[in-house]
Design a protein around this ligand. Structure first.
Ligand SMILES: O=C[C@H](O)COP(=O)(O)O
Length: 251
């Protein structure tokens, strides 16, 4: 089963995501970027409000190629109760640079926050702006000691995941993650209609914010439990229709 990660900006949205059936709560500041880092107090408030069994993921930012900055941010998020930290590989331009940054973060977590899992996040549209190619990330992430790898989109509003990545490339990313023993995640302005297509690619996790917000608005909207519920259903291959639901529908 593909699990649904929902990105939230505060504790009220976290509760709404859980009420809708989200499996993983991710906290980020979308106003600061695709993987914008939230304020420390926001992370702490959400961790305190969440039931202990619910995993909390924290975005660390669309990071420059500065391994020390990334490592310090990761330990900061870990100290606030993150279970996963997501590192946006905006700055590193190739697998070697990405691996260096990820290794610095992984070493800091091993040393100071063992048990906190590192997720390497590439951007489907990253190569256009000099960022590492997503397909080069799984091997580098595994070598560095990450638990997982994700593809998102950097430029929101410039098309979703499938505007920048063919199904074949997305599948290759998921398969490379599997080969390297990594959890895989796909995201990037995914719509409810995209989710059966995402599920068919077989990632462990699908990530959303915009589609889970009122008005489909990742910045001005708020997480809506009804929308989250529909997304969970779409991932499971259940399409809501006027007369009820139809199971097993795949694109
Ligand atoms: O981790 C997933 C992202 O928060 C996706 O956000 P988005 O659906 O607004 O592109």
């Amino acid at each position: 089963m593909v699990r649904l990660l929902v990105s939230v900006v505060d504790a009220e949205e976290a509760a709404a995501a859980l009420a809708g059936g989200a499996h993983i709560v991710d906290v980020k500041n979308p106003a600061e970027g695709a993987l914008g880092a939230p304020a420390p107090a926001v992370v702490r408030a959400i961790r305190r409000a969440l039931p202990g069994r619910v995993a909390l993921s924290v975005a660390l930012g669309d990071l420059p190629d500065l391994p020390g900055t990334a490592a310090l941010a990761a330990v900061g998020a870990a100290s606030l109760g993150a279970d996963y930290v997501k590192v946006g590989l905006r700055g590193p331009g190739d697998a070697e640079a990405a691996g260096r940054l990820l290794a610095a973060v992984a070493a800091a977590l091993r040393d100071l926050a063992p048990g906190v899992r590192l997720i390497a996040c590439a951007y489907a549209d990253g190569p256009r702006v000099g960022a590492v190619d997503p397909l080069d990330v799984p091997a580098a992430a595994a070598a560095a000691g990450c638990a997982g790898a994700m593809v998102d989109t950097l430029h929101k509003g410039a098309g979703g995941l499938f505007a920048h990545m063919t199904d074949a490339r997305a599948r290759a990313f998921v398969e490379a993650c599997r080969r390297h023993g990594l959890t895989s995640a796909l995201a990037g302005s995914l719509t409810p209609a995209d989710l059966p297509r995402v599920a068919a690619l077989g990632p462990d996790i699908a990530g959303v914010r915009g589609a889970a917000c009122t008005g489909g608005d990742r910045l001005g909207g708020r997480i809506d439990p009804g929308r989250v519920r529909a997304l969970v259903s779409a991932l499971a291959g259940v399409v809501s229709g006027a007369g009820g639901t139809v199971s097993g529908v795949r694109r």
